[in-house]
Design a binder for this molecule. Sequence first.
Ligand SMILES: C[S@@+](CC[C@H](N)C(=O)[O-])C[C@H]1O[C@@H](n2cnc3c(N)ncnc32)[C@H](O)[C@@H]1O
Length: 292
Amino acid sequence: MNNLIKVITKDGSISFKSEKFNENFHSKAGAYYETKNKFINPSKLERFQNKSINVLDICFGIGYNSALLFEKLKKIEFSNLNWYGLEIDKRPLNYALTDKKFNDLWSPKVIEILNSLNLKSFYKNKNLVCNLMIGDARKEILNLPKELNFDLIYLDGFSPQKCPEIWSYEFLSQLKNKINYEGYLITYTSAAAVRKSLKNLGFNLFNIVPTLSNKNNWSDGTLATFYNQPNNPYIKQLSEMEIEHLNTKASIPYRDLTGEMSSKEILEIRKKEQQFSKLLNTNAWRKKWEMA
Ligand SMILES: C[S@@+](CC[C@H](N)C(=O)[O-])C[C@H]1O[C@@H](n2cnc3c(N)ncnc32)[C@H](O)[C@@H]1O
């Protein structure tokens, strides 16, 4: 079964549940809410006033992250936007564009871009070029222009346990090669395996500060950058608890040695490695920080 089932999230915005991955595209709190707080605010788009900006949206899905990015950038006088999206399934955007609620969220200009991406996987105007590449992100990333590096990379796949192929050390190392020095890689996940891989690749890691309505969460995600002192009110240094998390068995990376392993193979290899690992037990870490 590979259906997409429509879901209305708590902020009223629509999303989907994927039967194949047995997971929702967004948290129940809200698709729009997630995009705004976990991706767009920490992007600090005002940095790009009068500048060119290159953006890569991985696991584009319905397109919330980029639709809101386009809306916000319209209000900033940027000079050029070169945008790439990677997505394996054309249906989420196609289905969402038939929904009135989804259409009502966006300005006519952004709907024009989304319609064009839906029909032609391409859009162009005087200061904006968009290419949506349909296929497995592991393959499509190799088809991006060689000379192009990104200022923003959004990584918004299903959770690592459901879709480990796009969180593997090998895939993340491809992203390392495609990001500018001051670029931000932004993701909603705080998973230790992802953070540890990024750390081992040389990224500086920051916690995306949870919004007030989400204050019971210790993190709204991860911002990774080679720049060591980003001036950004939406992020903070990792806490002692989060640093310790990176020394637990949960931090064992997802490995995809051939770049085409199945989810099942990736999960099995990691499970074996965890069984033999001498790293701190993740439950002991949870207990210590009263999360058991
Ligand atoms: C959590 S949803 C994305 C949410 C999205 N950013 C949005 O605004 O709707 C995950 C997306 O990853 C896509 N996906 C899953 N495996 C993929 C792969 N190997 N390569 C590219 N896209 C993939 C799914 O089709 C789905 O659209």
